[in-house]
Design a protein around this ligand. Structure first.
Ligand code: FAD
Length: 465
C-alpha cells in the first residue's frame, strides 16, 4: 500500500478542479507525502462551466461573466497562464424590462439599490409614490437585530415593494434563480444588513462604501471573461493536474467511515480509500453519499431550481430594432416567460463573428419550472415571442443551443447559514477530514466556488498535518 496519504476530491466542476490544483501545488512546493484523486461522475470536466464553439461563435452554456472585484478567479487564471485572454465587458448599459418597456438601470445602482439620488428620481422605472416610499430608507430606523430574514422582506421594509419588484428582485433573482422572498439575507448579502445596522439606512451606508467617481472618470468594468471562453479555464486547470489525477465517468455513491480512513463506494462497485475528502458535488448528491448521518438531512430538504439557457445565433440584419447595451432582466410584474436576455454580441464582442448577433435568454422562473422540460422547439418559440415584443426580430435563428440545468441553482433560503454551520460542526465531530465546498454551500458565483476550493485545501492540509 502507498505510504502517501490519499485525498479524494469528489466532482470536477470549478470547485473540485481548483481544490485539486491548489492541493497539488501545495504538495509539490512543500514536498508533502499526499496524493490527490479527482472523481467526476460525468464524461466532461467543468460542471456548470461549459463553452461550445460553433460556426465561429463562442457560446457559453453556463456562466459567461466573472465579477471583476472578486480576485480568486483571476488568480487561478494567472496560475494557469491565461491572463492575456482576460477581456473586460464591453458595454455597461443594462436595462429592466417592465410594463413592456426597457428602462435603463439608474446610474449608481448597486445590485439594484440606489446610491445616487438624482438618477433615481429621474428614472422611468418607478412611480412618484414608489420613489417617495424608497426615500423612507433615509428616515426609517435600523430594524431590531435578527439572526436572519428574507432578502425580499428586508428590502421591502427599507425601500418599498415597487423598488423591489422593478429593480432589486429581477437583478438578484437573476443571480440566484430563486424567489427573493424565500432567500436568506445573511447567506446572500449580509453586507446590506451590516450597512443598515451601522448607518441606519442601506442607501446612506452604500454611499459611504461605494467609491465615488467624478463624472468624467471611467467606471472600471464590473465583469470580465476569457476571450477563449470560460471552458478554456477548465481545460487549462485540468492540464496542470498531474497525470492520472482525474477519473471520469466515476460517481461516488456512498461514503463510509472505517476507523481513521474513509471508504468511497463508486458506481461501478469499486471501493476507493481516502484519508481526507472534499465533496464538491451538489448538496442533494452529497446528502445521498452520507445518508446514515441525520445531520445531513437539511441538504436533502434544501430546494434547487432549474433553468434553461437559450443561445440564439442570428444574422445582424435580422435584428430590426437593435439596442445599445449588454442586456436586460425582466421584472416580476411583466407578462414574459424569459427572465433575462444578454445581447452577447454587444457584451462580449469576441463571441460573435462579424455581421452576426448572439442572444442568450434564460427561462425557468421559480414559479415556471415546467418550461425547462419543454422541447427545444417549444422553448425557442416562447423565447422568440418574448424577444419580438421588444426587439422586432424578423427571422428564426440561424441555430439555437439550449442547455437545461436541472436542480442547478441551490436555494439559500432563510436560515441557510445556521444550517450549514450545524452541518459543518457535526461533520467535524463525526467525519473529521471530510469537507463540503461548492455552489450549494457558501456562494455560487465562480469566484466564490474557487474561494471555497482554496479554503478546503487549507482545511485538508491542516487536518492531515
Ligand atoms: P458544479 O459545476 O455543479 O460541479 C459539480 C461536479 O460534480 C459536476 O461536474 C458533477 O458532474 C459532479 N458530480 C455530481 N455528483 C457526483 C458524484 N456522485 N460523484 C462524482 N462527481 C459528481 N457564476 C458566475 O460567477 N458568473 C456567471 O455568469 C454565472 N452564470 C451562470 C449561468 C448558468 C446557466 C448557471 C447554471 C450557473 C451560472 N453561474 C455563474 C454559477 C456558476 O457557474 C456555478 O455556481 C459554478 O460553476 C458551480 O461550480 P461547482 O464546481 O461548485 O459545481
Amino acid at each position: 500500500m502507498s505510504e502517501h496519504k490519499q485525498i479524494v476530491v469528489v466532482g470536477g466542476g470549478i470547485t473540485g478542479l481548483s481544490t485539486a490544483y491548489y492541493l497539488q501545488k501545495e504538495i509539490q512546493e512543500n514536498q508533502l507525502p499526499y496524493q490527490v484523486h479527482l472523481l467526476e461522475a460525468s464524461d466532461r470536466l467543468g460542471g456548470m462551466i461549459h463553452t461550445e464553439q460553433r460556426d465561429g461563435f463562442t457560446i457559453e452554456r453556463g456562466p459567461d461573466s466573472l465579477l471583476a472585484r472578486k480576485q480568486s478567479a483571476f488568480r487561478l487564471i494567472e496560475e494557469v497562464g491565461l491572463q492575456d485572454n482576460v477581456v473586460p465587458v464591453s458595454t455597461g448599459k443594462s436595462y429592466v424590462l417592465s410594463k413592456n418597456k426597457l428602462h435603463a438601470i439608474p446610474q449608481g445602482a448597486f445590485m439594484g439599490i440606489p446610491t445616487q439620488v438624482r438618477p433615481f428620481i429621474f428614472s422611468s422605472l418607478f412611480s412618484p409614490i414608489g420613489k417617495l416610499r424608497a426615500a423612507g430608507d433615509f428616515v426609517k430606523k435600523s430594524s431590531d437585530p435578527q439572526e436572519d430574514q428574507s432578502l425580499g422582506g428586508f428590502f421591502r421594509h427599507r425601500l418599498g415593494d415597487e423598488v423591489v419588484e422593478n429593480l432589486i428582485e429581477p437583478l438578484l433573482s437573476g443571480i440566484y434563480s430563486g424567489d427573493i422572498d424565500q432567500l436568506s439575507l445573511m447567506a446572500t448579502f449580509p453586507n446590506f444588513y451590516k450597512l443598515e445596522q451601522e448607518h441606519g439606512s442601506v442607501v446612506k451606508g452604500l454611499q459611504k462604501v461605494v467609491p465615488k467617481r467624478k463624472k468624467t472618470e471611467k467606471r472600471p468594468p464590473v465583469f470580465k471573461t476569457l476571450n477563449t471562453g470560460l471552458g478554456s479555464l477548465v481545460d487549462a486547470v485540468a492540464a496542470k493536474l498531474e497525470r492520472g489525477t482525474v477519473r471520469m465517468n466515476t460517481a461516488v455513491d456512498h461514503i463510509e467511515k472505517k476507523g481513521e480512513m474513509y471508504h468511497l463506494l463508486l458506481n461501478n462497485g469499486e471501493v476507493v480509500k481516502a484519508d481526507s475528502i472534499v465533496i464538491t458535488s451538489p448538496h442533494y448528491k452529497a446528502q445521498r453519499m452520507l445518508t446514515q448521518y441525520d445531520f445531513m438531512k437539511p441538504l436533502q430538504e434544501m430546494p434547487a431550481t432549474s433553468v434553461a439557457n437559450v443561445a440564439l445565433a442570428f444574422d445582424q440584419t435580422a435584428i430590426e430594432q437593435d439596442i445599445n447595451g449588454s442586456g436586460f432582466v425582466v421584472s416580476r410584474t411583466s407578462d414574459y416567460r424569459i427572465t433575462a436576455c444578454t445581447w452577447t454580441h454587444k457584451k462580449w464582442p469576441h463571441t460573435t463573428p462579424e455581421g452576426k448577433a448572439l442572444m442568450r435568454a434564460y427561462v425557468g422562473k421559480p414559479n415556471d419550472q415546467e418550461i425547462v422540460e419543454k422541447s427545444d422547439e417549444e422553448i425557442i418559440d416562447i423565447v422568440m415571442q418574448d424577444l419580438n415584443k421588444i426587439m422586432n426580430i424578423s427571422t428564426r435563428p440561424q441555430f439555437a443551443v439550449i442547455t437545461r440545468w436541472h436542480n442547478s441553482r441551490a436555494q439559500y433560503t432563510v436560515g441557510h447559514k445556521q444550517r450549514m454551520e450545524h452541518i459543518t460542526e457535526s461533520m467535524k465531530q463525526a467525519l473529521p477530514g471530510v469537507y463540503l465546498a461548492g455552489a450549494s454551500y457558501n456562494g455560487l458565483g465562480v469566484p466564490d466556488c474557487i474561494d471555497q476550493g482554496e479554503e478546503a485545501v487549507q482545511k485538508v492540509l491542516g487536518y492531515l498535518g
